[in-house]
Design a protein around this ligand. Sequence first.
Ligand SMILES: C[S@@+](CC[C@H](N)C(=O)[O-])C[C@H]1O[C@@H](n2cnc3c(N)ncnc32)[C@H](O)[C@@H]1O
Length: 225
Amino acid sequence: MSLTIITTGDGSHSLRNEALNETYHSVHGAVQESVHVFIRNGLEHRLQDSHDEPLSVFEVGFGTGLNALLTVHYALENAVLLSYTSIEAFPVPEEIWRTLNYASTEEAQKKFYSLHEVPWETEQPIVASFRLRKMHTTLENVILPASSFDVIYFDAFAPNKQPDLWTLPILEKVAALLKPGGVFVTYCAKGQLKRDLKSLGLTTETLSGPPGKKEMVRATRAVAG
Ligand SMILES: C[S@@+](CC[C@H](N)C(=O)[O-])C[C@H]1O[C@@H](n2cnc3c(N)ncnc32)[C@H](O)[C@@H]1O
């Protein structure tokens, strides 16, 4: 896997997968995009309605660990308990994750490194309010209990680069993981995705995207359904 570190529009790093010619985040701003799509429109939105503790998050594509780090910060700043499950088929090599510029303090750097260093497959505490289970597997193969997640961060590579992860059967598998009332968020806003999510019975919203991107999608499982 050939990965190159790039600096995005907000100054934060991302990676480019050279074989796919695809970046891990928006080139307009990696942190900006993750905060907008996953934290504000996913996690924070769900917390307005859910009092479940810990709130459970599932991420497709652990990648650089940026979404996980931002979620740790959110848990600490907002005093919420979170249980975070993330899958990754091709873990980023250590010499790359150690150089990413996501942490602005020594404390944050320690947390970022520990997100990468904790063992795979078993749930591990990162801070008291945030537990992480990383799974080294693919979305196609992973088996997780149905109706077990409040929030799904769907952060696969784009449909034109990795169409296998955006098919109706895969989306059906992912949608089945949502608890009633749970939300699925993604940076992608393709018409086919919205039609597929709707056909799976989810209430699908097109929201404004992060800077540089017009739209994003949030899909919610009905409370009774
Ligand atoms: C858009 S990047 C994810 C960015 C990540 N959330 C982050 O904050 O850096 C997509 C990720 O999905 C991973 N991936 C690719 N194929 C996969 C598969 N079949 N199952 C699970 N993850 C996969 C890639 O290796 C990559 O890390």
